[in-house]
Design a protein around this ligand. Structure first.
Ligand code: NAD
Length: 352
């Protein structure tokens, strides 16, 4: 009997933060990143059949709370995620998330999961999938500007999927760089902690920007980006929150997840509404070209799209039987006679 047949629909598997950490430790982070990357690639290959909408964002002066839904007609998923750059100063995380995967046929949820760790995994896997198609083939050195919660995941995904072995780290807060370097020690990287962003990009064929700041920031200026570089821009993901100088965008070939969302949230919010961009799924399916020359600057203007979370939840659900890292939540009311919901309460009362 399969896991799905054994699992009763009213009991919903729940993956806690503790479970998720154990999934990563049981499977190994490289296998998690590669596994999620495979699921993302599969789902991007069938991009057209998904329901797609820009995420629903509730902005405040200090951050954003977003809902990210999508469906392939068989499964439905949504993620709740926040982005609050000021949080780390208060001992809280910038990004936290949880999500749900459901069965479209019954409408019943089939997985509830923490997604703070899962988001870091899927964002890094997505970046590496994009870079595999766009970065110079011989890239072995990556600069990471912004050495916070996402940074180690990015480094490990680029090592696992692209063979990156040299890292040049920079953060305005040197303790963040130290933390990142310490966490990645002994994992086969040659790591240089840099004093300036200019130093960090020196000799890097890939530049990852993954900073958090609620403003139009200029993490990279035009003179910092040499010919042939691939930019993996992660941190500009909200209206009024960007990382790259506009001039870089004007001389880059820009690749995006879902244009209607990226035009609102990505680096390209700085450009005209009709500025040409290429959808990444078209590159991954061979319908559009990715990198076409050694001197071209490619930019993955990442904001994070719902299909990536769908893929990550689908991947996680497929690990449940193997890892056993979940508990069943009594989430869905299950009266013996489906219409007798109130009677179920009465019977429970009689038993008390
Ligand atoms: N595109 C996506 O899919 C996606 C997914 C997750 C997170 N994000 C975004 O990625 C960013 C980083 O997330 P996180 O969880 O690592 O945040 P974090 O707060 O843990 O880390 C951000 C780091 O950036 C550093 N920083 C801020 N301004 C800087 C500057 N000017 N130069 C260098 N470093 C600077 C901070 O000191 C901090 O160490 C956030 O903006 C978040 O919204 C994007």
């Amino acid at each position: 009997m399969s896991f799905d047949d054994r699992q009763s629909l009213n009991l919903v598997p729940f993956v806690s933060v503790d479970d998720m950490m154990n999934v990563v430790l049981d499977i190994g982070i490289e296998s998690c990143l590669s596994g999620i990357a495979d699921y993302i690639a599969q789902d991007f290959a069938r991009w057209e059949l998904f329901d797609k909408t820009p995420r629903v964002a509730a902005h405040s002066s200090v951050g954003v709370i977003e809902l990210m839904p999508t469906s392939d007609g068989v499964k439905y998923a949504f993620k709740y995620v926040n982005g609050h750059p000021k949080n780390t100063r208060e001992g809280l995380q910038t990004v936290t998330a949880f999500g749900v995967l459901s069965d479209v046929d019954s409408g019943y949820p089939v997985l509830i999961s923490e997604m703070t760790i899962l988001t870091a995994l899927r964002t890094a896997a997505m970046s590496a999938v994009a870079a595999r198609a766009l970065a110079p083939k011989d890239a072995d050195c990556m600069a990471i500007i912004g050495n916070g919660a996402q940074s180690e995941f990015q480094a490990l995904a680029f090592q696992a999927l692209l063979g990156i072995r040299k890292l040049r780290l920079y953060d305005v807060d040197r303790t963040a760089t130290r933390k990142c370097a310490d966490n990645l020690a002994g994992r086969g990287f040659e790591i240089v902690e840099c004093a300036t962003p200019e130093d960090a990009v020196e000799g890097a064929q890939i530049i990852t920007t993954v900073t958090a700041d609620k403003q139009y920031a200029t993490i990279l200026t035009d003179n910092m980006v040499g010919a042939g570089v691939h930019i993996n821009a992660i941190g500009g993901d909200c209206p009024g929150k960007t990382e790259l100088h506009r001039d870089i965008l004007l001389r880059s070939d820009i690749f995006v997840e879902y244009p209607p969302q990226t035009r609102i949230e990505g680096e390209i919010q700085q450009l005209d509404e009709d500025h040409p961009v290429t959808e990444l799924w078209e590159v991954l399916t061979g319908r559009a070209e990715g990198r076409t020359s050694a001197r071209q600057v490619t930019l993955f203007d990442s904001v994070g799209f719902a299909i990536e979370d769908f893929s990550a939840l689908r991947w996680l659900r497929d690990q449940l039987e193997r890892t056993g890292r979940y508990e069943n939540l009594d989430m869905i009311a299950d009266p013996d006679e489906p219409r007798d919901l109130f009677g179920m309460i009465l019977r429970a009362g009689a038993k008390r």
